[in-house]
Design a protein around this ligand. Sequence first.
Ligand SMILES: [Mg+2]
Length: 330
Amino acid sequence: MTRPEGEREIIARIRRTAGNCRDLVVGIGDDCAVYKTALNLVSLVTTDTMVEGVHFDLAWHPPVALGRKAASVNISDIAAMGGLPRFALLSLALTPACESRWREAFLAGFLAVLSEHGVVLIGGDTVQSGHEIVLSVTVLGEMAEAELLTRKTARPGDVVLVSGFLGEAAAGLALCRMGLAQEAVWHPLVSAHLDPVPQVALGRVLATSGLVHAMQDLSDGLATDLAHICAESGVGAVVTAEKIPLSPLLCRAAETCGQSPLDWALAGGEDYQLLFTAGEQQLAGLVAMVSKELGCELYPVGRLVEGRGVFLEEAGQGREISYQGYEHFR
Ligand SMILES: [Mg+2]
């Protein structure tokens, strides 16, 4: 029996058949498609679909938070390249269960996130769905072409950094599934799953710094997302387990849920932190600049090497973890 194609194989097949043109700067295979719009300027376009039962569960996802998340995960892809989000389109396939109060709460959450980032809703579509809600969002952004950060330009010797604690959203989802979402102690983790925060300001600072080589956002887990940068840049990576930032609350939740906090961080996905690489010499300057401008910390988690694949070093042992994060059709 042949193995069914996974998400990556399906995308690779589509990518091979996609067209090209002179003004297309980045096509399929990165966080956004990028095309030239004016002298030295590019537009960024990204689209994402969320399906009830696959990406969200109405049993614990309130409509306001779902609206916020639908906007945030798309804006995160603009942040992933260092862009400024500008416009959004929202397509809704709604079931008969979505009453007017639910729709209004969803839209209020969606529009609140757009307004937090100065993004304007300019169109979309609304249709009836039989059984599952399907939310499809497109966000357009812009930036100077010279500042664009893709996945293709990482270099061997680069330090690999992440912008915050990992595994939080996966822990939050596990707590929701166990019926523990209402316990106040878990709020930061549950909120990371229900209402993630796109790192737009940090993305802009990193892009304008000129110190970062490659970047993307963490949507499928470090193991998979770093493998994307490695594949696109033709490099390998070694991640040090002890350096992965895990919050004390995450470790407590892992005990409660009988899970490994490191597995959540590597494979859980949906953290929407930024993952990026920079030269060793630039590291101290970069950390100091981000601390001064935004007051946030950066976490070096590993290093890029010649070769292929993502390897995890844990207690002196190494193992490959490439693409061990979330993947559809698996
Ligand atoms: Mg992305």
